[in-house]
Design a protein around this ligand. Structure first.
Ligand code: AMP
Length: 430
């Protein structure tokens, strides 16, 4: 075994898979732009307090999953970002962006870090793409971000994903519900597991999130948050649903859906894939009107957003055979050198071909003709261009179509003409 291994919970992405990532990122970029979202890139680490305030100290993320470190003994504690929303809001508030335009529509694709137990679909470094709509969180805004997310899935050709929605109500609704949950679960404190017992005091909504099979029946009988919503919250939720129906976006209402993060209010949503096994959540989001004030803003910043896990998205696409047509682009020409004395001449030809935007490869290791031909075939080049003594003397090179084995003698100018005329080979088309 080599001495150095990648850190547990991280992985390398090699070229064939990187081509898949690029393809997905291209679809995300194109759709986000179509919907009027612009890209934001923020630092990979932030001051730890940002996440403690912005995500909430009772959440698993802040409680036990953050990679936190001190840059030096007197420095302020830093944390690798475990999610993007708090950082995006920090960036917008810090730069007072809402003064220039009251609404900002931002999207991102980036790496996140959580100290979770690695398993299939769960890594310590993973990536998300997501969008944040800051400055308005009307039903139309909520429906807009959900539509964007679902359109990405549709454009990628995914099927069988389940969108579930719930309304978490406003702060007062949740306070009343919190008391109702504590009243309901308290008599059963002895049968609750340790994690749920802890949540009973601090954040009883999170008990509903428990995957413990022994608790499912008890959880099923708990009061529904929906019954504690005020009229405005109900109306707002209904409006979101009516937009989704108008757009033919299928969904289920799931009264048990609560999101792990504290700052959500009103509409919350999650998308799952039956292709993924235990870690079946592919993305989710919701409204987070409370976050800006939590981060010290004197004004309210209504907001809504979503985040989708890239690895799980790619895994689902792979299972559904959506990458079969995607392959790294092959060279159009492979220049084969018959005598090594001509290698420099051949290299010059390669650069002329590349300057004409013709994708050209050549062996840089001075290997035998046979080895060069093997490479030409392995890289699935369309043509081989032979450079030998006769070619060098006459200025006519033999160009071989590797699919048909047809061969012609041409000057370099004629080769350039011919290959430039060929239609650009379509990369990564589904
Ligand atoms: P969250 O920010 O927890 O709502 O997660 C949003 C999405 O990110 C999830 O639905 C997953 O697809 C993905 N995700 C979250 N945590 C991980 C992880 N540890 N490894 C891989 N993907 C993750």
């Amino acid at each position: 075994m080599p001495q150095y291994q990648a850190v547990k919970g991280t992985r390398d992405i090699f070229p064939e898979e990187a081509a898949r990532w690029k393809y997905v990122e291209g679809v995300v970029d194109a759709l986000a732009s179509l919907y009027g979202f612009s890209e934001i890139r923020i630092p990979v680490f932030e001051y730890t307090e940002l996440f403690q305030r912005g995500i909430g100290s009772t959440t698993d993320i802040v409680g036990k999953e953050m990679f936190t470190f001190l840059p030096d003994p007197n420095g302020r504690s830093l944390t690798l970002r475990p999610e993007m929303t708090a950082g995006v809001m920090r960036a917008v508030l810090q730069n007072n962006l809402l003064a220039s335009a009251p609404v900002h529509k931002l999207y991102y694709i980036g790496e996140l870090f959580r100290k979770e137990r690695p398993q299939a679909g769960r890594q310590r470094q993973f990536s998300q793409f997501g969008a944040e709509l800051l400055g308005v969180s009307s039903a139309a805004a909520v429906a807009e971000v959900i539509t964007l997310m679902m359109e990405v899935f549709r454009s990628l050709g995914l099927h069988g994903l389940k969108l579930r929605l719930n309304s978490l109500g406003d702060t007062d609704d949740r306070l009343r519900y919190r008391v109702a949950l504590q009243d309901y679960f308290s008599p059963f404190a002895d049968i609750l597991d340790e994690a749920s017992k802890e949540r009973l005091e601090k954040n009883p909504l999170r008990i509903l999130d428990s995957k413990n099979p022994a608790l499912q029946e008890l959880i099923a009988g708990a009061p529904k948050l929906y019954d504690y919503l005020n009229e405005v919250s109900v109306h707002d939720f209904e409006k979101v649903l009516s937009y989704l129906r108008q757009r033919n976006i299928a969904f289920d209402i799931d009264y048990r859906l609560v999101r792990g993060l504290d700052y959500y209010c009103n509409t919350a949503f999650e998308v799952t894939s039956s292709e993924l096994g235990a870690q079946d959540a592919i993305g989710g989001g919701g409204r987070y009107d409370g976050l800006a004030r939590e981060l010290g803003s004197s004004a309210d910043v209504p907001a809504v957003g979503f985040a989708v896990g890239m690895e799980r998205l790619l895994m689902t696409m792979e299972k559904q055979g959506l990458f079969e047509a995607i392959a790294p682009q092959s060279p159009l020409v492979y220049v084969v050198v018959q005598q090594q004395e001509l290698a420099d001449h051949a290299l010059q030809m390669v650069y002329r071909l590349r300057n004409a935007a013709i994708k050209t490869e050549i062996d840089l290791a001075a290997r035998s003709m046979k080895a060069q031909m093997r490479e030409a075939n392995r890289t699935k080049a369309s043509y081989a261009l032979f450079v030998g003594a006769t070619e060098f003397a006459t200025g006519l090179y033999s160009l071989k179509n590797l699919a048909t084995s047809e061969q012609t003698m041409l000057s370099l100018e004629a080769v350039l003409e011919l290959l430039r005329e060929l239609p650009a080979r379509e990369p990564l088309k589904l």
